[in-house]
Write a protein that binds this ligand. Structure first.
Ligand code: NAD
Length: 344
């Protein structure tokens, strides 16, 4: 069987991790990398022995490119993905899917109309521990859930935001601590708990000189009846884990940085597990994110193309966290409770 040819678009912080992940997948072959900045494309191409481009359209002209992996600034994802779909290329798209619902929907539609797969990246869904939390909730092991919350107290320096013109802008980053970093854990919370009925929120920009928020707090009401909370910042002195905790009447679980650090279920004391995470990856260094989960996420999309099935993270799935983040922004701007689904 011919291997699927993959081109990675965007060779900045995360593109190289995609390229490397592709080289680890038997069914795929990295054929090209592309970056508008020649030195970035050339460097990665030389490391991996593939061709490089600065012009995305030229990549799409190649017959041996079956899949593009979009690793460019967030507000460019839909436009680049739609071009790929029209060129009949399957799409792997980094988080967030894009920064507005209009653009997310246009991308989802383009993939469907052109008969190509669209797979989103939310690599933490591929950690066994994340799946375990979801399963505990789905199987009702925790009993009636009262509260589910996520908190991410991370650090990004002003130098990080100043490192590229797109960072910290509404147009291309789409938001700050929520839309860029927190979106991972917003996604996990939604994946574990299901849809949100309404949100009441307050966001602020407290320690950085950026357009977007660096701190956010939200109260959620889930459709399953539970209350929830989202607390996120990129203003915290580094080292604190990202955490999701689910509190049920018959059991409680705490997830920290892809580890279960607390689990107690009534009548199942022997299953109690308290494993402390050793490093707070990603808490201060966006490059310290383990590539293994990316490989799993990309592998699932490659297999979905081969098997002609949906990937685990479809465009619709990847859109959910974008929608909740946008509802949080809207609530903060208006001071009102915002009901989902959002309309535009
Ligand atoms: N899943 C994760 O853990 C994770 C981690 C980091 C970033 N990301 C996401 O990946 C995306 C990229 O983030 P990053 O930190 O790597 O950004 P980056 O700025 O480091 O890299 C983006 C690259 O895209 C290139 N680019 C811009 N316009 C282009 C064009 N028209 N054609 C080709 N290349 C172009 C830029 O030159 C740059 O090198 C963002 O959406 C971000 O949210 C995800």
């Amino acid at each position: 069987m011919r291997k699927l040819g993959v081109a990675v678009i965007g060779c900045g912080a995360i593109g190289p991790a995609h390229a490397k992940a592709v080289t680890e997948i038997e069914e795929a072959k990295l054929v090209a990398v592309c970056d508008a900045r020649e030195e970035r494309a050339r460097k990665l191409a030389e490391q991996l022995g593939v061709e490089w481009y600065t012009d995305y359209d030229k990549v799409l002209e190649r017959d041996d490119v079956d899949v593009v992996s979009i690793c460019t600034p967030s507000g460019m994802h839909a436009e680049m993905g739609i071009k790929a779909a029209k060129a009949k290329k399957h799409i792997i798209c980094e988080k967030p899917l894009d920064v507005t619902l209009e653009k997310c929907d246009a991308l989802i539609r383009a993939a469907k109309e052109n008969g190509v797969k669209l797979g989103g990246i939310f690599q933490h869904r591929f950690a066994e521990e994340s799946r375990m939390v979801k399963k505990l909730v789905e199987e009702g092991k925790l009993g009636k859930i009262a509260l589910a919350d996520m908190d991410m107290k991370w650090y990004r320096s002003q130098a990080y935001y100043d490192s590229d013109a797109w960072r910290g802008t509404w147009a291309l980053d789409g938001g700050g601590c929520l839309m860029n970093q927190g979106v991972h854990f917003v996604d996990l919370l939604l994946w574990i708990m299901g849809p949100v009925e309404w949100v009441q929120a307050r966001t602020d920009t407290l320690t950085h000189n950026i357009e977007v928020e660096d701190t956010a707090v939200a109260i959620l009401k889930f459709r399953n009846g539970a209350l929830g909370a989202i607390v996120a910042t990129t203003s915290a002195y580094p080292g604190v884990c990202a955490r999701i905790s689910v509190a049920g009447y018959n059991g409680s679980v705490v997830w920290e940085d892809d580890k279960i650090t607390f689990l107690k279920i009534e009548g199942e004391e022997e299953e109690t597990k308290t494993e402390k995470p050793t490093v707070a990856w990603g808490a201060s260094d966006p490059m310290a994110i383990p590539a293994g989960l990316h490989t799993r996420n990309i592998y699932d999309i490659i297999r979905a193309i081969i098997e002609d099935r949906d990937p685990l993270i479809t465009g619709e799935e990847a859109r959910k966290a974008v929608e909740l983040n946008l509802a949080i922004y809207k609530s903060s701007q208006t001071g009102e409770k915002v009901y989902l689904p959002l309309t535009y």
